[in-house]
Design a binder for this molecule. Structure first.
Ligand code: MN
Length: 250
């Protein structure tokens, strides 16, 4: 199975978490929040074939870490995966939106100059602006919208624009949310935990818990659990092929 958005470097015991994921055969996108965390985070998963490390600059720290954009560019050839990046327009972060946009634009343009990357994108409280910027600056990249919570018309637009979605259990609680998840094409869905800080029903979510999404999606899609897993693994393979294509373009 998979976890396409986890912060492995922020776990209390990353080595133990990574060993368990590796043993379980999980495909993982291990995202980082700053460029200076990239090399150390990648080192944590050394030798784990299915764990990819993303080079990120989280919008919530864009103001303090914009000075690391030079480092971001220097590291960009090291990986075909970029994240966590994006915009955050929620309370407490709205004030830094103009800096966040500068940082996000720089990152998207750098990715385009390399022929495109697989992106894990945060868009809380800023979904339409995030979609605008992806449309303008990310034409050759492959965006996966992480924990997308935009309004219905933003969701419709994100689907029309061809974006993918990484989804987790906190997105399954209300009927409205389930309806929204059923709008997303099955061949564009990946699973995520956003661990170690994301919670579900009062408890911290572990990356291995993403398997609980299989029965949920099987009900939503009226598929058997085998079919659901097959679809999800096809989707992972698609991302892998895209990432390798980028490799050959470079
Ligand atoms: Mn995250």
């Amino acid at each position: 199975m998979m976890d396409f958005h986890a912060h492995l470097d922020l776990f209390k015991d990353p080595a133990d978490t990574i060993e368990r994921l590796d043993k379980a055969g999980f495909y993982v996108l291990s995202v980082t929040t700053t460029p200076s965390a990239f090399l150390g985070t990648r080192r944590l998963a050394k030798g784990c074939r299915r764990i990819r490390t993303g080079l990120g600059l989280h919008p919530q720290v864009a103001l303090e870490r914009q000075s690391e954009l030079g480092l971001f560019d220097r590291l960009l050839d090291e990986t075909n995966y970029v994240g966590e990046i994006g915009l955050d327009g929620s309370n407490g972060f709205r004030d830094s939106l103009s800096t966040q946009q500068k940082v996000f634009r720089h990152i998207l343009r750098s990715c385009t100059s390399k022929g495109g990357k697989v992106l894990s994108v945060h868009s809380r409280g800023a979904s339409s602006l995030t979609l605008d910027m992806l449309a303008e600056h990310a034409e050759s990249s492959h965006a996966i919208l992480h924990w997308f919570s935009g309004r219905d018309r933003d969701l419709e637009r994100a689907i029309t624009d061809g974006h993918w979605f990484s989804v987790g259990r906190p997105m399954t609680t209300s009927r409205k949310q389930r309806e929204r998840l059923s709008m997303i094409p099955r061949n564009r869905i990946l699973l995520e935990s956003d661990a170690p800080f994301a919670k579900f029903e009062g408890k911290f979510i572990h990356p291995l818990d993403t398997v609980e999404m299989i029965s949920f999606l099987s009900k939503l899609w009226s598929t058997s659990e085998d079919e659901t897993v097959g679809q999800l693994m096809d989707n992972v393979a698609h991302i892998g092929r895209y990432a390798r294509r980028v490799n050959t373009v470079r």
